[in-house]
Write a new protein. Structure first.
Length: 269
């Protein structure tokens, strides 16, 4: 059993074979996945819900990615507020700060992040955080504006230090690792992953990006998430299946965070 905690299956990369991608995921043991609702911009805030339609094992989120923060309008925030009331929505995200590309001005990124934190708190939704080369600012905002809510969230595609991870875990966050954990040069990242308590770990593909070794260079998809589990297993002296089991249980705890009823088959451990 595996859970892919971060997918972007709405991207055009999957237009030709999307249903086959879902089928391959199930065939590879991926029983649960998160459909991230930031889409290809704030005009696609229903993207996660669309991917989860008719699939009770797919859990959708909603959110504005930091790359597209400069495109956010009052109409988009109003739509986020409406969508946050949808019973199937399990989190707000992905949202956060990205100082690597700076596709949106940093001050705009911070403003849009704060607006979404307020909406998430009102809706009692945890967060899915994107943070790249912005850990001091991101963690400071989470400490000041989010820690008190005890709603927690996920630090997706984690790339920070062990100290950054510890701060996040102190604020109630899970730490999720993607295919870059398998890259040959990711020695420091593997050292961090080896120290994270099992009860706070998740795995993901972030597909279609970051395909893991030995699929690096190909389009990533959820059926590849066992390769991330295998890398964690090698660090912990376990089997990939054992890592898949405990990270899937962690995922089910996360998606059960919201008090709305869930499909019984999807939340059964």
């Amino acid at each position: 059993m595996f859970a892919d905690s971060h997918t972007h299956l709405e991207f055009p990369d999957f237009d030709a074979d999307r249903e086959q991608v879902f089928e391959r995921a199930l065939a590879s043991g991926v029983q649960y996945m998160m459909a991230i609702g930031s889409g290809t911009g704030p005009h696609r805030l229903r993207a996660g819900l669309e991917m989860a339609e008719g699939k009770d094992w797919v859990f959708p989120t909603i959110g504005i990615h930091p790359h597209e923060s400069k495109l956010a309008t009052e109409e988009h925030f109003a739509e986020l507020e409406r969508l946050a009331a949808e019973p199937r929505v399990v989190a707000m995200g992905e949202l956060g700060l990205d100082y690597h590309y700076d596709h949106s001005p940093r001050e705009v990124q911070r403003t849009v992040l704060l607006r979404q934190l307020a909406l998430a708190e009102e809706a009692c939704l945890p967060l899915v955080i994107h943070c790249r080369e912005a850990w001091p600012d991101c963690l400071e905002i989470l400490e000041q504006q989010w820690k008190r809510t005890v709603l927690g969230g996920i630090l997706h595609c984690f790339s920070g230090s062990f100290q950054d991870a510890c701060r996040g875990m102190d604020y109630g966050f899970y730490v999720s690792f993607a295919g870059n954990l398998t890259f040959p040069k990711a020695v420091e990242l593997r050292e961090v992953a080896a120290k994270i308590p099992r009860e706070r770990l998740l795995i993901e593909t972030d597909c279609p990006f970051l395909a893991p070794v030995p699929r690096r260079g190909k389009r990533n998809e959820p059926s590849f998430v066992p390769f991330v589990a295998k890398q964690l297993a090698d660090l912990q002296g376990l089997s990939a299946e054992e890592v898949g089991e405990y990270t899937a249980r962690n995922f089910l705890r996360f998606v059960g965070h919201k008090s709305e009823p869930r499909p019984k088959e999807a939340v059964k451990e």
